[in-house]
Design a protein around this ligand. Sequence first.
Ligand code: 16G
Length: 245
Amino acid sequence: FTPAAFADPNSGPLYLQLHRRIAEAIAAGDLRPGDSLPSEREMAALTGLSRVTVRKGVEALVASGQLVQKRGSGTFVAPQVERLEQALSLLTSFTEDMQRRGMQVESRWLARGLHTPAPEEVMALGLGANDRVARLERVRSSDGVPLAIERASLPARLLPDPETVDASLYAVLEARGNRPVRAVQRISAANLGPKDADLLGVATGAAGLRIERLSYLPSGQVVEFTRSLYRGDAYDFAVELKLAP
Ligand code: 16G
């Protein structure tokens, strides 16, 4: 993709003309997901536009999710995600779901430690006055594509050493005889705010699915209170319905 020189004063603001050209190149397949764009300096030289104008045009495409910027390595056409169909009636972990599909799992840790619980954690986990909470916050990706942000809270009693969780939380719980056997979930629609959208590599305001999960031990004790944000463009949640009795 080499943008040619242009500057048509009758076609609206110059940065929008550049925006339109790049968007058209993506739509036409001249620029494909993952392709890198020329640098700001190169684009300015090729188009005859100022670097400020080039930056404005590129920023608008980043904001709309069509381009992604990676610090240090440049600007790329956003990767296309294949929608994943996820059964809602099975209590599985992210790692198990991805492994079953033969996909790689990566987690980027945002936070991992013991804390004084917030009131909603006290209520969800049924904590006592002096109980602590283990918090695990991470961006879950598969095959290099960020799919969800997960913020899990567990009673510190069940996970006194959250920093030992590296790949799979459920694998750690299982090894300690604390694998949840039942869960309830609530799903609602959410537009992603700037921080979460950035973590997921989508445009601010893009559609997301907020999922809250409470999972239980056989004893009825809550193991996990997890709030997740899934990319709306990446998931289909499917469930089988039975005739009402
Ligand atoms: C799933 C669960 C999440 C759980 C995680 C454990 C949903 C909405 N959430 O992503 O509650 O903490 O799996 O995954 O399904 P891990 O064992 O790979 O760490």
